[in-house]
Design a protein around this ligand. Structure first.
Ligand SMILES: Cc1cc2nc3c(=O)[nH]c(=O)nc-3n(C[C@H](O)[C@H](O)[C@H](O)COP(=O)(O)O)c2cc1C
Length: 443
């Protein structure tokens, strides 16, 4: 079968640009209004996108007075989206550090049942230091401990999702047999972090298991993704690093004994689209002028685990020495490497770096015509940098509409993207295999 591009719409505030919430062309709805999210999901479905995605953080940022940072709880939002759409995949972030495997397995299996097989889970270990303080901790759980806990967490949730055989439910009113007892079994997990008896209190979900996504990019994060992820989100500021990541992750998946075609790589892309390049650049300038460098400075500090950048002048070229060693950062380590590599390469001033980060926090930002955006997508897709894209419109919903109306038809004309959904589940949209449970393997 011809390789097809996969497209995911990443919801974020009123757009991925930090100042999008202030821009007059973005949605007038409050960020707590479910109609806003429903409208976006319906637009993504009309454009035949594979999926939509909600990120999550478990703490309010310190800049809440100047940045639109309210978060509806993502799994709750998915439940509402599941009943207001019928085909688009529904992905939410949930943390392995700050939830229990039994809760999470239930929640995502429920969304998979409610949506008839469209649930995806973005597995994160939560890098934000302030999240720890909302869960009984004093400070950051180390990168290593988070991933160690995450690994055991995965063993437990997979066992819970597999604790019901596909044919366990009989639901026979005549005989009085609801479920075959030998087809539902406990998991009896006892490990370093978790003790979970199981089984799950719900039949196996329509996709077998929800689709598993992950976004770790450090060495540990990549190995974790290679073992568990069926699709991987990733942030790159250049095609070359995206290619390096793509090659490395496919290689690591093969080392884990997996078919590397079953691990999709979806880099972020934040395009400002207009009829001419000059108009697209004008829109970028317009929204950049609304951003506040001090919000960016605080956000940069958060990325580096709270490192103090307040002494750095805005207009002197930066050098890597202005930053702490990424190896010592316990937060989102790989994103700090992306930032330092950019500083090493381009020597931007702090103001320029913050301007770039304001666009989409270290993802690939570009401005151009629909043709230019389609060319870029085709180039990355055909040149081993991506299996698809995590589309991060800078302004919502207007820039998603521009993508759907102007870029998607070009991708279709080039034979890269579907005109209709062929399947009904997220697993089918992504071309992923059915995950055989232990019951099926025993047959
Ligand atoms: C597209 C994308 C979305 C992400 N969403 C979240 C999120 O919602 N919550 C979170 O804590 N981390 C999120 N992350 C961060 C990753 O989970 C991961 O911590 C980060 O990429 C650093 O990788 P590392 O932990 O291997 O260093 C996201 C990363 C990417 C690329």
């Amino acid at each position: 079968m011809k390789r097809q591009l996969h497209l995911n719409l990443f919801f974020h505030s009123r757009g991925h640009h930090e100042a999008s919430w202030r821009h007059p062309a973005t949605s007038p709805l409050p960020l707590t209004d479910i109609a806003y999210y429903q409208g976006l999901a319906q637009r993504a479905e009309a454009a035949k996108f594979d999926s939509i995605f909600l990120a999550d953080q478990l703490a309010l940022g310190e800049d809440a007075s100047q940045a639109a940072r309210t978060w509806l709880e993502p799994v709750t939002v998915l439940a509402a989206l599941a009943v207001s759409t019928s085909r688009v995949g529904l992905i939410a972030t949930c943390s392995t550090t700050y939830t229990e495997p039994f809760n999470l397995a239930r929640q995502f299996a429920s969304i998979d049942h409610i949506s008839h097989g469209r649930a995806g889970w973005n597995i994160v270990t939560s890098w934000l230091a302030s999240a720890a303080r909302n869960f009984g901790g004093d400070g950051q759980v180390s990168h290593e401990d988070r991933y160690a806990r995450g690994e055991e967490f995965m063993t437990v949730v997979k066992a819970l999702w597999d604790s019901w055989a596909e044919d366990a439910v009989v639901d026979d009113r005549e005989s009085g047999l609801y479920a075959r007892p030998q087809r539902v079994r406990p998991i009896n997990h006892r490990g370093d972090f978790y003790k979970v008896a199981g089984p799950l209190n719900m039949p196996r979900c329509p996709q077998g298991r929800p689709v598993l996504l992950q976004a770790g990019s450090s060495d540990t994060g990549r190995r974790f993704a290679a073992r568990h992820a069926e699709a991987v989100f990733t942030a790159h500021m250049a095609k070359e690093t995206a290619q390096e990541f793509y090659g490395d992750l496919k290689r690591l998946a093969a080392i884990e004994g997996r078919d590397s075609g079953q691990v999709l790589i979806l880099p972020g892309l934040s395009p400002m689209i207009a009829g001419t390049e000059a108009e697209a650049q004008r829109l970028v300038r317009e929204v950049n002028e609304l951003s506040d460098p001090e919000v960016g400075r605080q956000r940069l500090s958060g990325r580096f685990g709270g490192h103090d950048f307040s002494h750095l002048p805005l207009d002197r070229p930066l050098s890597p020495e202005d930053f702490p060693d990424p190896g010592s950062v316990q937060a989102a380590r790989s994103r700090t490497e992306v930032i330092i590599n950019l500083v090493r390469r381009d020597r931007p001033t702090l103001r320029q770096l913050l301007g770039y980060m304001a666009g989409a926090r270290g993802h690939f930002v570009t401005a151009g015509t629909p043709e230019q955006i389609a060319d870029l997508i085709e180039d990355w897709f055909k040149d081993a940098a991506a299996d698809g894209f995590n589309i991060m419109p800078p302004l919502l919903p207007m820039q998603f509409d521009a993508f759907a109306d102007e870029v998607v038809p070009l991708l279709r004309r080039r034979g890269l993207f579907r005109t209709e959904y062929e399947g009904t589940t997220l697993r089918q949209h992504y071309g992923l295999e059915w995950p055989a449970s232990a019951f099926e393997r025993l047959r």
